[in-house]
Design a protein around this ligand. Sequence first.
Ligand code: ATP
Ligand code: MG
Length: 427
Amino acid sequence: MLTQAPRGTRDILPEEAGKWVFLENKFREICRRFSYKEIRTPVFEHTELFQRGVGETTDIVEKEMYTFLDKSGRSITLKPEGTAPTARAYIEHKLYTQTLPVKLFYIIPGFRYERPQAGRLREFHQFGIEAFGSESPHIDVEVMLLAVSFLKNLGLDDIKLHINSIGCETCRSDYVKALKDFLGESRQNLCDTCRSRLDRNPLRVLDCKNPDCQRTLKEAPAVLDFLCEKCKTHFETIKNDLSLLKIDYKVDPRIVRGLDYYTRTVFEIISDDLGAQSTVCGGGRYDNLVQECGGPTTPAAGFGMGIERLITILEKKNLLKIPEEKVDVYIAPLTEEYGNTALRLLYRFRENGISAETDYLKRSLKAQMKYADKIMAQFVVLIGEEEESSGFYTVKDLATGQQQKVAGDKIFEYISNNIRKGCGEVE
Ligand code: ATP
Ligand code: MG
């Protein structure tokens, strides 16, 4: 127990952390280009927010939430997703009084009590965006395109964008009725979970991965045949935009998404490299969420993208090669006697923006040279009797083996000018 992280959680060790920083920087960059600004919300919220926002009959709220009572008896939940907290912050801070649309992005941990397996963790991470205040279908497209551009820029050119519309309250109720009638007749072919979903949330059945349910659903009425004129036009505009922008997509009438707040547009980005958990990104429009959570009527759209799943795809394709961090200078005192000089120099390098390291394990000079190699130091600065008396440092370039004498303070300039670029920096 003591030496094992809780089931479904993972440590991100230093070798891997570089990949996360790289992806986070890439995500921030694409958000900048699309004018989305960062928001940071708490790791936990009042449980009610998710019950209300995500929906009582969703898998998340029914069985996946990390909920507990705090010491004053309040029900608290570790956030299972990022949209409801962002909507809560949008309302609390009256962001709707700002110029619309308000476009936000976040990088968050999410917590869901799921059965851990490939692509499914109990603590996972998401990149997400939300655009509040516009009902234009062009915003739905912008949200999809931010995700698609981000993935394509990372080198993923075979991802697939699947889109659907689940209509608005008006047309969806006709559809839900038709679906319920259909499923009622095929009740015996559905899995237990879906049988119980039938009355409470029949749309969810469409999302079931059980092969028997999938087979039954082949004949099910399609939501797109039930859209009202407004929803139809909205969906047509999205398809036209995507064609105009030459973005491949597929209409998939099965997509309903796992969260209740969606209206009209829903979409998923799928990768064949993910196996069973093939969705790397899911999103859509949610025109009722802000109002449902106590704010003014606010149309909105957004997505959430699983970072662990993204890393899995990129690694399978060998697209996440981050060079190991190197050290610019290793400072080697020949004996302990020169420790103070070494120490002063060490911090002066660091102040001058040069990464510098020295020995903390009383190593012999030979062992120090080995260590310098190990940490991939580009230069070694030797400090001994000669260096102290002459005011010149002996600088050795470990790659070429060349040795050079450099006068006192000139050493910072010398090292700065000679650092080989390209290491630790990835384009
Ligand atoms: P799934 O179909 O995999 O259950 P979901 O519909 O529950 O996904 P969303 O709530 O839309 O997923 O979350 C968006 C993205 O977050 C998913 O596409 C996925 O990449 C990631 N994600 C969701 N749950 C997990 C989890 N338990 N572990 C790892 N990643 C997850
Ligand atoms: Mg899920």
